[in-house]
Design a binder for this molecule. Structure first.
Ligand code: ADP
Length: 527
């Protein structure tokens, strides 16, 4: 019998068959089920299974010191005191009752009037129902407490992992700096620089993932959907994960559909999803493995499969890996660098595109396959341009003003721009920036937002009011990258918004977008 039914029964221990019939009919009249017990032992067994109330004839042994009946009533959980209506045969001295009579016990003397027993039974049932409500509330409270405790533990573990994960790339960067300082070999320096670049990229990736998860959780992540080809998105994903794949000496093969597949998607986000899966494939595959990316169309969807020959996943792990902060083997996960949010993010971003991500694996040590399915808009025969049709634009020199109160940030951007053959001027606060604009006439301004005194927003507003000709392009450079921050920058008159640390490739793109000037002799910045 289900627990709920057991706990709604009234248990009966009465002597004569006439008593049984009368009491049962009385219990039925209040809408509950009565269960007759043959003796005290059976009554005790039934109470242990659950009961709303007890109606019984007094038996002297129930008051014994070692009475099982009494101990069951006394050993109830704090919310429970089972109502027991005990019918006594004769007037009795109070002294004969045990001192600690259980709270739910009501004694009534014969002869009993039916109406009295009925009202006592009703009150007993009401009292018991209230007790059940208290129990349910207590259980609910306990689940909340457990959940909060689990969340607190998860949060603490997560913070520890985060600190660890951020420190991990910092260690080689710090050592790399020292190597650069001491090394006289160009080869060593280049290798160190590449390593530092990889580590910085990794840190930026961690922080971006974290911010994205926070945005999605608050419903603040807006997709910028457009019609984009699958190939473009896959190329961008490969570009992003290539450094790690190459560093691990994996062989990556790609098989894409012959036709051009057009998605209605946010290209950055879908590239991020595929990039995350490729990065994981590289991370969780021992050096020199194979990664295959295959995409094919069927039934209005494109199926993108990323298969590796790596450590694989157990059936148990497969059920958990998409949960937030879940890492199959945290020690391994940590040593590979990660926070256990990449797959959560991949799944949420894909779902925002009405797609799915699933994982399969034949077992530990036998590789894994992740499959992203996305709806596509159309397919068409591909018109790939013949090789050699692309050309690298000439480098052009422009006057560029850099404004940032953090000297290191300003100067490193200035160094980069000068290496790219640009004419630069640097200001470290808003007032100097406005002065520099008058004297230096920049075509492009990289402007920090959070400066003491006059903020970047204020500088931008004043510049836009001046209606300068030619109009300088204003690029906001800030650590805040939420939609809200981008909107604020737009309002203040900025043309574009970059989050720190600024990606050198983005800087190059911005330079390419500027109006043509005299060509430069410098080589293209290495990507
Ligand atoms: P992270 O890689 O930062 O730990 P993810 O959310 O990307 O977090 O992945 C969660 C966990 O899933 C990883 O810690 C790892 O244990 C497991 N995992 C992900 N991708 C693979 C893969 N290709 N092969 C084996 N295990 C994987």
């Amino acid at each position: 019998m289900p627990t709920k039914e057991l706990e709604e029964r009234v248990l009966l221990l009465v002597k004569t068959s006439r008593d049984v019939a009368e009491t049962l009919s009385l219990i039925h009249s209040v809408g509950v089920e009565g269960v007759t017990c043959g003796d005290l032992a059976e009554l005790c067994d039934q109470i242990e299974q659950g009961a709303a109330a007890i109606i019984m004839i007094e038996a002297p042994e129930i008051w014994d010191d070692n009475s099982r009946f009494l101990s069951i009533l006394h050993e109830q959980p704090t919310w429970s005191s089972i109502p027991a209506i005990i019918i006594t045969n004769e007037p009795r001295s109070e002294d004969l009752l045990p001192e600690n009579l259980p709270l739910g016990v009501t004694l009534i003397e014969r002869p009993i009037r039916k109406g009295v027993l009925m009202s006592l039974t009703r009150s007993a049932l009401l009292a018991r129902r209230n007790q059940y409500q208290v129990r349910d509330l207590l259980n609910e409270r306990q689940s909340l407490v457990d959940m909060l405790r689990d969340e607190a533990t998860l949060k603490n573990d997560f913070l520890a992992t985060l600190a660890h994960e951020l420190r991990n790339p910092l260690a080689p960067i710090r050592t790399g700096l020292q190597v650069l300082r001491l090394s006289t070999s160009k080869e060593d320096s280049l290798r160190t620089l590449e390593m530092m670049e990889r580590q910085v990229r990794h840190m930026v990736h961690l922080i971006d993932d974290l911010l994205d998860i926070a945005r999605i959780s608050r419903g603040r992540l807006n997709l910028r959907k457009e019609h984009v080809s699958l190939n473009t998105v896959v190329d961008n994903a490969i570009e992003a994960s290539k450094p790690l794949i190459e560093a691990c000496h994996h062989k990556l093969t790609t098989t894409l559909p012959q036709q051009t597949v057009t998605l209605d998607a946010d290209p950055t986000r879908i590239a991020q999803v595929i990039g995350n899966l490729l990065t994981n494939a590289a991370k969780y595959t021992p050096d020199g493995g194979a990664i295959a990316l295959r995409a094919q169309c069927a039934d209005g969807s494109v199926r993108i499969e990323i298969q590796d020959t790596g450590i694989g996943l157990s059936p148990d792990a497969l059920t958990k890996i998409f949960d937030m902060f879940s890492q199959v083997d945290p020690l391994l996960g940590r040593s590979q660098g990660g926070l256990g949010i990449g797959l959560t993010l991949a799944r949420r971003l894909t779902e925002m595109h009405n797609g799915t991500v699933e994982a399969t694996s034949p077992g530990l040590g036998r590789g894994s396959t992740f499959v992203v399915t996305l709806p596509y808009v159309s397919t068409a025969p591909s018109h790939a341009p013949p090789p050699g049709e692309f050309h690298t634009p000439n480098r052009i020199s422009h006057r560029i003003l850099i404004v940032d109160d953090k000297v290191d940030i300003a100067e490193s951007l200035e160094d980069l721009l000068q290496l790219l053959g640009q004419e630069t001027f640097t200001a470290f606060n808003g007032t100097d920036a406005l002065k520099a604009v008058k004297e230096f006439h920049p075509e492009l301004i990289f402007l920090d937002i959070g400066m003491p005194g006059m903020t970047g927003y204020e500088v931008a507003r004043q510049l836009r009011v001046q209606q300068l000709s030619p109009r300088p392009r204003l690029i906001a450079v800030t650590g805040w990258g939420a939609e809200h921050d981008i909107a604020l920058a737009q309002e203040a008159g900025f043309d574009q918004h970059l989050t720190k640390p600024v990606d050198p490739c983005k800087v190059e793109e911005i330079l390419r977008d500027l109006a043509p000037g005299p060509p430069l002799e410098h080589p293209t910045f290495a990507r």
